[in-house]
Design a protein around this ligand. Structure first.
Ligand SMILES: [Zn+2]
Length: 283
C-alpha cells in the first residue's frame, strides 16, 4: 500500500511537471524576435530633432517593443508607451497627450505564447516614458541596466525629463544585472548582445541579435529617431550628452557595417512596415 502511494505521488508529480512544461512554448532552435505594436506618437515638432518639416519624409513615430526568444531563455526589450492598465477593455484606443495606442501589450505577448512570468531578462533601451509604460510587469525577470541609467532613474531628475517613474518603480527591487558602460552577451553564445550606447540618456543601450535566417539585427532604441539622422549626423536637441551620442552612433554604425547588420530604428514607421507583428516572428 505504501509503495503504491509512492508510485501515485510520483505519477502526480510527473503529471504536474508535464502540465507545467506544456504551459510554456517549446524553445526554438535559433533566436526569434517578436514585434509588438505599442501605438504611435503624432504631432512632434521636427525642430526638437534639429530638422525642418521638409527635411523629414515622415514626422510621426510608431512605438514598438520586442521579445527575443532564445533556446536558453527570453529577453523583453522595452515595454510600450501606454500602460495596459489605462485600457478600458472596450476595444477603444487610448490617447495620452501626443501618444496613442490601440492594443495593450500583455495580450500581444500572450498571443505569442508568453506571460511576464516566462520572461528571463528585461532590458530598456532607456528610461524615457514612451519605452517604460509596462516595465513594472517585468520586475520578476532579471533587469539588465547600465549603472548610469539606473542611477538616473532612481535619483533626482531635472525638470522636463521625459520620465514616468511610477511605470518602472518595481524594477528597483528586481534581481538586477548592472553593467558599467559595458556590453553584455545575454545568453553566453554571442547571439543576443546588449551594447552600451550612451548619449540620448546616461545609459542608453541597443540590442544586437544574430538571427539564423535574416542575419544580424540591431534594435537601436533611440540611438536615432529618424533615418535622416543617420545620413545627416544631426542630433536631437534634448540629448543627455550630444558628444556621447556621436561616439555611440559611430561605434554602432561600425558594428553594423562590420557585421553586415540591419539597424531597426524603434520609432521608424518605414522600418517596421516591412516586418511582421507578433504572434508572427522574425528568425
Ligand atoms: Zn528617448
Amino acid at each position: 500500500m505504501f509503495k503504491r502511494m509512492l508510485v501515485l505521488a510520483a505519477l502526480a508529480a510527473l503529471g504536474s511537471l508535464t502540465a507545467h512544461a506544456q504551459s510554456r512554448p517549446t524553445p526554438p532552435a535559433t533566436p526569434r524576435i517578436y514585434i509588438f505594436d505599442n501605438g504611435s506618437i503624432k504631432g512632434l515638432d521636427p525642430k526638437l530633432f534639429n530638422f525642418t518639416r521638409e527635411e523629414l519624409k515622415e514626422v510621426d513615430f510608431i512605438n514598438i517593443s520586442y521579445l527575443i526568444v532564445h533556446p536558453r531563455g527570453t529577453l523583453m526589450f522595452d515595454s510600450g508607451a501606454v500602460a495596459d492598465s489605462h485600457f478600458k477593455g472596450d476595444g477603444q484606443p487610448v490617447t495620452e497627450g501626443i501618444m496613442s495606442a490601440t492594443k495593450p501589450l500583455l495580450p500581444q505577448l500572450a498571443a505569442a505564447g508568453y506571460k511576464p512570468s516566462d520572461i528571463t531578462y528585461f532590458a530598456l533601451s532607456h528610461y524615457h516614458s514612451d519605452h517604460t509604460a509596462n516595465a513594472n510587469e517585468f520586475a520578476g525577470a532579471t533587469w539588465i541596466v547600465q549603472k548610469a541609467e539606473r542611477d538616473f532613474m532612481f535619483g533626482p531628475k531635472p525638470q522636463g525629463s521625459i520620465v514616468q517613474e511610477g511605470s518602472y518603480e518595481k524594477l528597483k527591487a528586481a534581481k538586477t544585472k548592472v553593467l558599467d558602460n559595458a556590453d553584455f552577451d545575454v545568453f553566453g553564445d554571442g547571439t543576443v548582445v546588449l551594447m552600451s550606447a550612451p548619449g540620448h540618456t546616461p545609459g542608453h543601450q541597443v540590442l544586437a541579435v544574430k538571427l539564423a535566417k535574416r542575419g544580424t539585427v540591431v534594435l537601436a532604441g533611440d540611438l536615432f529617431h529618424y533615418p535622416e539622422e543617420r545620413t545627416t549626423g544631426r542630433i536631437p536637441t534634448f540629448e543627455f550628452n550630444a558628444d556621447q551620442s556621436r561616439a555611440a552612433r559611430a561605434r554602432i554604425e561600425k558594428f553594423v557595417k562590420d557585421n553586415n547588420a540591419q539597424l531597426w530604428i524603434e520609432h521608424d514607421i518605414a522600418t517596421h512596415a516591412a516586418l511582421p507583428r507578433a504572434p508572427q516572428y522574425v528568425e
